[in-house]
Design a protein around this ligand. Structure first.
Ligand code: 6R9
Length: 660
């Protein structure tokens, strides 16, 4: 039994409405196919044309792709540019200076707006402040900030002077801060006193102090502290300086540092298959190009659009679709400090209504939790809000199950807005497989087809193509401009992780299992390779079982992992959140049986979960990703020894220890 069969049983197809097609930048499938063909015929030329058309260069490049040091590929290498210039100055030069760049929606609902001209002034002053602290081109700067205009300013200011930022998500622990400072050899940290989440002020600065105090952080010379709340905040003399003091008296003008296209724009740490996080290194030119193109083609961004990506700047989605992409396109965007459930679960819909958001980009887990909330507190259901401004919806971060897709489509998008289910990764810089809203017919649960110029394919364990309809490893066969350049300080690990010799050494291995529909060639992501289970020799995506569970009317959310089993190789263990309150032991047994039979009916008896456990929630990171590592340990009955510092809700682990 394989996940393609569930994709095949998904027969609903939603072709783009004529009105959407007519206005779209990429209008109709023929336009999409023409771009793919152009890339096919002259790959380097295709990307070079786009890089000339969409990016402003101080010095034009003469060469597109350089493969001589493969898999350390270079793009547009002799071109010079500045990313912050592309995001700010060039919009102002084009007459957009008084346009609102950022609408900041604070945790408590306060709104502030800032124009492109004002944003440039703030970036220039802060860039000058960084220089005054001795920070220069190539230095690594750690950013540990809440969602804020200042977070974006800090990143843009680094880009302006050619410093390499490494943003650490504000929910990570002191230990994570220390490890990242050490690995990157960072010279400065930019942070804030506290952050506001769900009506509470949570200290942030202490994690920086504690992280540095853990040792090995002698590279840090400066800590710049933005005052978010004015709460208690320890300042270390000679090292720490307030944001306002650092910028006081600084000039409003800062000439951009013109860097080579391959100059690193940022490092972003992400977890790999081993314990130590990898510092994914991105370029300036190629990365910026993909950020711009995906804004224009996947989101079909138009001059009057209000764009809202709900991610945090601590994740790659916040980098590409908050800090860089929207600004490089001269858009107006929302920067949202809050959480989706505060003051209640109507917050997203209220915010869309308030700011007349046109393009909305969020994660399936947020959608699923809001479905549940809307059932329990009907006033927070999207139908109570005017969402008629919405034009395009997006999904990212994990596969979206068809039920959540349909709910999003009907209740949020009013059955009128295409959903772009964008598959990509920290390492890919931007969207890789995604519908284009004015071209691609949508199938719920499928991320559909590769972005033009992305040579996505599915291969077996020796790197050979598998036929459509069969599962395998998702790879990219050609380098693309926004791809990861290396793992900072560990080029060998870069080669091993992403270009393993078993696969021939020249295919980018995404780390996900996937399948193409036998007829349409549409891609379905089956989850990380280690999430693919083998039960009695049957290959199954955990996603498929989750999807079946979630389609049961009792179930709000479900996550499935494998655990070793003497008889069947692997056994399926399902963690389930019910729409009703957590059941009593007796009820739980009854419901578990019902669900087993349900899954048996939906997929086949082989897919019936052996273990079912109920909790009020699932263990999630604050970015909303289910921590499957933890679930696997729980399923095996192991003691939890992993770092749970990024967990939104550590209390949930106890509930999930018992089988129903
Ligand atoms: C952008 C981002 C990457 C992993 C990726 C895959 C999963 C992301 C997805 C998706 C199915 C989608 N993933 N988008 N799976 N459909 N539309 O999330 O980056 O945090 O590095 O995670 O997320 O498993 O390999 P990152």
């Amino acid at each position: 039994m394989s996940s393609i069969e569930s994709n095949v049983t998904e027969t609903r197809v939603f072709p783009p409405a004529d009105a959407v097609v007519k206005k779209a930048t990429i209008s109709g499938m023929a336009a999409y196919e023409a771009l793919c063909k152009e890339a096919d015929q002259d790959y380097a030329g295709f990307w070079a044309r786009l890089a000339r058309e969409h990016v402003s260069w101080k010095q034009p490049f003469t060469k597109s792709l350089d493969e001589s040091k493969a898999p350390f590929y270079e793009w547009f290498a002799d071109g010079k540019l500045n990313v912050s210039y592309n995001c700010l100055d060039r919009n102002i030069e084009a007459g957009l200076g008084d346009k609102v760049a950022i609408i900041f929606e604070a945790d408590g609902g306060q709104v502030s707006k800032i124009t492109y001209k004002e944003l440039l002034v703030r970036v220039a002053r802060f860039a000058n402040a960084l220089k005054a602290q001795g920070i220069k081109k190539g230095d690594r700067v750690l950013i540990y900030m809440p969602m804020s205009v200042e977070g974006v300013v800090a990143m843009q200011a680094c880009a302006r002077i050619g410093a390499i930022h490494s943003v650490v998500f504000g929910g990570f622990s002191a230990k994570s801060v220390q490890e990242r400072i050490q690995d990157a050899g960072a010279v400065a940290v930019i942070t804030s006193d506290e952050q506001c989440r769900g009506g509470k002020n949570i200290p942030l600065k202490p994690a920086v102090d504690d992280g540095i105090a853990m040792g090995g952080c002698e590279s840090i010379k400066t800590v710049i502290v933005f005052k978010r709340t004015g709460g208690p905040c320890n300042m270390v003399a000679g090292r720490d300086i307030w944001w306002e003091d650092a910028t006081a008296g600084q000039s409003d003008v800062c000439e951009p540092e013109w860097v080579g296209a391959e100059h690193p724009l940022f490092l972003l740490y992400t977890s790999g298959s081993t314990g130590k996080p990898k510092g994914v290194q991105h370029s300036s030119g190629g990365y910026l190009l993909h950020a711009i193109l995906t804004m224009k083609w996947t989101f079909d961004i138009k001059p009057d659009d209000v764009f809202w990506c709900t991610a945090d700047i601590g994740w790659v989605t916040g980098h590409t679709y908050i800090t860089y992409g929207p600004l490089a396109c001269g858009a107006t965007e929302i920067v949202f400090e809050g959480v989706p459930t505060y003051p209640d679960a109507g917050r997203f819909w209220k915010t869309i209504e308030k700011h007349k958001v046109n393009i909305f980009y969020t994660a399936p887990t947020a959608i699923r939790s809001l479905i549940k909330a809307g059932e329990n507190a009907p006033t927070t259901h999207p139908k109570n809000f005017d969402l008629s401004s919405l034009r395009i919806l997006g999904s990212v971060g994990e596969p979206i199950n068809p039920e959540a897709w349909m709910w999003y489509y009907n209740n949020v998008g009013g059955a009128r807005c295409p959903i772009v289910d964008t598959f990509w990764q920290t390492e890919t810089g931007g969207h890789m497989i995604t519908p284009l809203p004015g071209a691609t017919p949508l199938v719920p649960g499928s991320c559909t087809l590769p972005f033009p110029g992305i040579a996505a394919a599915i291969v077996d364990e020796t790197g050979n193509d598998v036929e459509w309809g069969k599962g395998g490893f998702l790879v990219v066969k050609k380098p693309w401009p926004a791809m990861i350049r290396t793992i900072y300080g560990d080029p060998e690990r870069y080669k091993k992780s992403y270009f393993p010799v078993d696969f021939g050494g020249n295919l980018y291995l995404a780390g996900d299992g996937a399948m193409r529909d036998a007829k349409t060639g549409y891609f379905t992501i089956m989850g990380r390779i280690d999430d693919v289970l083998n039960v009695s020799g049957h290959r199954m995506g955990t996603m498929e079982i989750e999807s079946a569970l979630v389609s049961n009317p009792l179930v709000a959310e479900a996550a499935v992992v494998g655990r070793p089993d003497d008889l069947t190789g692997e056994a399926i263990c399902a963690f389930v959140v019910l729409k009703q309150a957590r059941p009593t032991a007796e009820e739980a047994k009854k419901i578990a049986n019902e669900l087993r039979n349900w899954v048996g009916k939906e997929i086949g008896p082989i897919a019936k979960p052996k273990d079912i456990r109920f909790g009020e929630n699932l263990p999630k990171t604050r970015s909303g990703k289910i921590m499957r590592r933890l679930l696997r340990s729980l399923a095996k009955g192991e003691e939890i020894t992993q770092d749970v510092s990024t967990l939104e809700n550590p209390g949930i682990l106890d509930q999930l220890k018992q089988n129903a």
